[in-house]
Write a protein that binds this ligand. Structure first.
Ligand code: KG4
Ligand code: ZN
Length: 355
C-alpha cells in the first residue's frame, strides 16, 4: 500500500510517500520546501503569505515527491494530511488539496494531528524503515514553535497530555528572545549557535527557571522572555547598543534556563509515570544542549531514550506516515473513505481527540 502524506500547517510545504504496512514500512520519498526566507523579514510566520506559498509550491513539490519515490499518482492507495492544529490559511491549502485528490483518486483520506506526527517522527530510521524497539508506555516531550507538551502514551495512538505550557511555547520563547537580541528568525538555531561560542561556563546572568519546582508538569516561558527584555533594555540604556559578547552570554543563559526546566519536568514525569521509552520531538528537539542534558540526566533504568533524526525534528510530512499506518491497522481503511467530504482544517485541536 502506498500512502501520500501532505503537510502545510505552518511555513513548510512538505510531502512524503511511504509504502508497506504498520510493521513493514518503508519511506520512499520525503520533500520539504521551507519558506523561512519569506517570513524572516517579518520576524515570524505571516499566515496569508504562508498560504500563498503553499499554493504556489504544491504541484511542483508533489511532482518531485512522486518522481523520487518512483510512484505514479494513480498508484496512491491512501492520502494523509495534517488537518490541525496550525495556521488556518496554511492548513486550508493542504486539507483542500488533499480532499480534492482523494475525491479524484477515489481513495481514503486520513487527517493527522500535527503533534502526533512530531511524536511518530521518532520511529523513522535512517534507512527509511521503522524502529521496532520503542516500547509502551512511553512519554514524549514535544517542543515546537506552537506547542510544549508532555504526552503519556499507553499504546499506539493513545495520548494523554500530562503537562503543557500555560503561555508561550518553547520554540516561540526562543523566537521572541532571538528577536529581542536582534537575531534572525527562526530564533532557536540562532540562539543555539551563539550560545555554543560561550567558553566560560560561569553564567553572567541569573535568569529565572519558571515553574521548575511547581508540583505539576506544566511549563511557563513568557516570564523568561520578559526577564531577557529587561536586561536588553538596561544594557541598551547604559551602553547605547548590545555587543556580540552580551548576546552570546544572554543567549547561553536563556538556553540553559529553558533546558533546565525541560529536563527537570521530564525527570519528574518519568518518576511519576514509569515509562519504558522517552521521545523528544518537535523543532526544538534539534537543540544539541537539550539532547545532551536529557541523555545525561534521564537515568531512570530501562527507559529507552529516542531522539528523532534531525530531518524529522522540524516540520515534515514523513512523520505522519507511521501514525497513518497505525490508524489504518486500528480502524481499517474504510473508516477513512468518506473523509474527502468530511475532513476539516482545525486551528485548535486537542491531541486526545486525534483519530
Ligand atoms: O516543529 P517546528 O518545526 O514547527 C512548529 O510546529 O512550530 O518548530 C519550530 C521551532 C521554532 O520556534 C525554532 O526556533 C525551533 O523550533 N528550533 C530550535 C532549534 N531548531 C529549531 N530551538 C532551539 N534550538 C534549535 N536548534
Ligand atoms: Zn511542528
Amino acid at each position: 500500500m502506498n500512502i501520500l502524506a501532505i503537510e502545510t500547517s505552518c511555513d513548510e510545504t512538505a510531502f512524503a510517500l511511504g509504502s508497506g504496512s504498520g510493521r513493514d514500512f518503508r519511506l520512499l520519498s520525503n520533500t520539504v520546501l521551507s519558506q523561512i526566507g519569506i517570513h524572516e523579514k517579518f520576524g515570524g510566520v505571516v499566515p496569508n503569505l504562508s498560504a500563498r506559498e503553499h499554493l504556489k509550491n504544491f504541484k511542483p513539490l508533489l511532482k518531485k515527491t512522486l518522481k523520487q519515490a518512483g510512484v505514479r499518482l494513480r498508484d496512491i492507495d491512501c492520502l494523509s494530511v495534517t488537518s490541525g492544529p496550525g495556521l488556518i490559511p496554511a492548513l486550508l491549502v493542504g486539507v483542500s488539496a488533499a480532499k480534492a485528490l482523494a475525491y479524484f483518486l477515489k481513495k481514503p483520506l486520513i487527517g493527522t494531528h500535527h503533534i502526533e506526527g512530531h511524536i511518530y517522527g521518532a520511529w523513522i530510521k535512517k534507512n527509511g524503515k521503522l524502529r521496532q524497539d520503542i516500547k509502551f508506555p512511553l512519554i514524549a516531550l514535544v517542543v515546537s514553535g506552537g506547542h510544549t507538551q508532555l504526552v503519556f502514551m499507553k499504546n499506539h495512538l493513545d495520548y494523554e497530555v500530562i503537562g503543557e505550557t500555560l503561555d508561550d511555547a518553547c520554540g516561540e520563547a526562543f523566537d521572541k528572545t532571538a528577536r529581542l537580541l536582534g537575531l534572525s528568525y527562526p530564533g532557536g538555531p540562532a540562539i543555539a549557535a551563539l550560545a555554543e561560542q560561550v567558553k566560560a561556563r560561569k553564567p553572567r546572568f541569573d535568569l529565572p527557571r519558571p515553574m521548575i519546582n511547581s508540583d505539576n508538569l506544566d511549563f511557563s516561558f513568557s516570564g523568561l522572555k520578559t526577564a531577557v527584555m529587561y536586561l536588553v533594555k538596561k544594557e541598551k540604556k547604559e551602553k547605547k547598543k548590545i555587543s556580540l559578547n552580551f548576546k552570546q552570554e544572554l543567549g547561553f543563559c536563556f538556553e540553559q534556563s529553558v533546558v533546565d526546566v525541560l529536563v527537570k519536568k521530564t525527570k519528574k514525569a518519568a518518576e511519576q509515570f514509569k515509562p519504558r521509552a522517552f521521545i523528544l520531538a518537535g523543532g526544538v528537539a534539534a537543540n544539541k544542549k537539550l539532547r545532551k542534558e536529557i541523555k545525561n540526566n534521564l537515568q531512570e533504568k530501562n527507559v529507552l531514550k529516542c531522539f528523532p533524526l534531525l530531518k524529522y525534528c522540524g516540520d515534515n510530512a514523513a512523520m505522519q506516515l507511521p501514525a497513518a499506518f497505525q490508524k489504518i491497522e486500528k480502524h481499517g481503511l474504510d473508516a477513512y473513505k468518506n473523509n474527502w467530504k468530511k475532513l476539516g482544517a482545525k486551528a485548535e485541536w486537542r491531541l486526545k481527540n486525534a483519530i
